[in-house]
Design a protein around this ligand. Structure first.
Ligand code: ADP
Length: 281
């Protein structure tokens, strides 16, 4: 029988003080049960998430300015796309504002790094999802020295100030850093080379990036240490088990939405009068 996560997902996945070099990426913090139980639970919890998202959307249509933004970071093959498809995919697409951030376009490069991010923020009542984010500007940019350190170093503080501003405007940030082991990544890349239905996901550069694994680990560690704040904390997600990471993100979103204490917006019309009119129409 599937159980709820034994502890709140946000507690189980706390980033505070965590050393990612010591993280067990095959772990399932907070969950007691096997894959079958986890998958069954996910199906149930997806319905709860969908109901809460609909309430958020309904309130947005009624003037509530709040929104929720899921920020996904992780190395190639960590499963960000799977979260978008399987977790976000379980809610009504009209209530979702999705954005994926790749190599900046020439126009984006001419602007401040947060320019393209601001343009993609979720509208009122929407569940936003960022597949990669402003954090690339202190991850890939740092690892590959795409700009000098004098330029990326101040970005941690800038990001914190930016996120403070978002929270003050009513955006609930759910930041999730997904980690797979180097071996698990190799398995997933191999699968992309073995299965014709996965060729499209393969990128030869992903193999070159494996040589930079320690540099990425260090960049991720600094990101967690410097940008996990009380108002926008990071969650560290062991992601070797796809079913677990999907369940954990579902739980994080449910928690975030529950904290908004959403209710169905009250009628802005006289219900009895409209019932009477309809009966006669
Ligand atoms: P994915 O690999 O997630 O399927 P894409 O192939 O579209 O998606 O592009 C992602 C690539 O873009 C990654 O290699 C990522 O590091 C890179 N990228 C994202 N943001 C930036 C940035 N600000 N500067 C440089 N590269 C970036």
């Amino acid at each position: 029988m599937a159980k709820r996560l034994a502890v709140a997902a946000s507690d189980a996945l706390k980033a505070d003080g965590l050393r990612i070099a010591e993280l067990d990426t095959s772990g399932r913090p907070g969950f007691v049960g096997d894959k079958k139980a986890g998958t069954e639970l996910l199906a149930k919890r997806a319905l709860v998430l969908s109901d809460l998202q609909e309430k958020l959307y309904a309130n947005g249509r009624s003037g509530d300015k709040r929104s929720v933004l899921l920020v996904l970071q992780g190395m190639d093959t960590a499963g960000k796309g799977g979260i978008v498809r399987h977790v976000i995919g379980s809610v009504d697409p009209q209530g979702v504002d999705h954005a994926a951030f790749g190599v900046p376009t020439p126009e984006e490069k001419r602007h401040h790094f947060l320019w393209r991010i601001r343009k993609a923020l979720p509208r009122a009542g929407q569940l936003g999802v960022f597949d990669r984010s402003h954090y690339e500007d202190v991850l890939v940019v740092r690892v590959h020295n795409l700009v000098p350190s004098t330029e990326w170093e101040p970005r941690y503080d800038e990001i914190n100030a930016f996120e403070r501003e978002l929270v003050d405007e009513g955006v609930t940030l759910v930041k999730v850093a997904m980690f797979v082991s180097l071996d698990e990544q190799k398995k997933r890349l191999a699968e992309r080379l073995e299965r014709p239905d996965k060729y499209w996901k393969f990128n030869a550069a992903d193999i070159d990036e494996r040589a930079f694994w320690p540099a990425y680990q260090a960049a991720y560690q600094t990101m967690l240490d410097r940008t996990s704040t009380a108002y926008a904390p990071w969650h560290v997600l062991p992601a070797d088990h796809k079913w677990y990471s999907r369940l954990a993100v579902t739980e994080l979103l449910i928690e975030a939405l529950e904290r908004l204490e959403l209710d169905w917006p009250p009628a802005t019309f006289d219900v009895e009068e409209q019932r009477r009119r309809l009966a006669q129409a």
